[in-house]
Design a protein around this ligand. Structure first.
Ligand SMILES: [Zn+2]
Length: 196
């Protein structure tokens, strides 16, 4: 499987609209508050936090917003003044299920047309949980329908389970986000080992 370096990822250098200027939020130790999803705030939330004295500005966009009483460069990276203990369990989100399964159908390996499959169908009592939901392409999802794996003779290639944060980090280095501001790169170590 191919890995990407930050240099290959599209990075914004040009001035962009204020609406598209999210701030990367770092914990007080200068690591992202969360990777999955990447901790981003809208510029409005970032500025509010600056005025409430909850964050330090680490880096700024070139973009300036003005009001009659002040002029402000939009923060591109902020760090919390108070350390927040990071969650050790990843959120159960669509993106994180895809990331756990490395964006591959767990029945045929296809990376195309991905959706989700309940291994034990909901109609047969299956729950929407880490250990019952897998990434599946639409054709496999359709083929399996409401059948159990043994009825459809379709078994996921990996037994689904809740991933650890470090498993998602490992997979995340293969699939960096497609928006990275240049000022974020010092804080996102997609290329290198992350500490557990
Ligand atoms: Zn498939």
């Amino acid at each position: 499987m191919r890995t990407y370096s930050t240099r290959e990822v599209k990075v914004y250098h040009a001035p962009i609209a204020a609406e598209a200027c999210p701030a990367l939020v770092l914990n007080a130790d200068y690591r992202p508050l969360s990777y999955y999803p990447l901790s981003l705030w809208s510029w409005q939330d970032a500025i509010k936090a600056v005025f409430l004295d909850r964050v330090n500005i680490v880096s700024e966009y070139d973009r300036v917003v003005r009001s009659p009483s002040f002029e402000f460069r939009l923060p591109s990276v902020v760090s919390l003044k108070t350390y927040v203990k990071p969650s050790r369990t990843p959120a159960f989100t669509r993106f994180n299920v895809f990331l756990r399964d490395r964006f591959m159908c767990q029945y045929c390996g296809s990376p195309e047309d991905l959706t989700f499959d309940h291994v034990t169908p909901r109609s047969k009592g299956g729950h929407t949980t880490w250990d019952n939901v897998v990434t599946a392409c639409s054709p496999c999802n359709l083929r399996k329908g409401g059948a159990l794996p043994r009825e459809a003779h379709m078994y996921p290639s990996h037994k689904p389970a809740r991933p650890t944060v470090s498993q998602l980090h490992t997979n995340g280095r293969l699939f960096p986000p497609n928006y990275l501001h240049e000022s974020w790169q010092d804080y996102l170590y997609w290329d290198t080992e992350l500490d557990p």
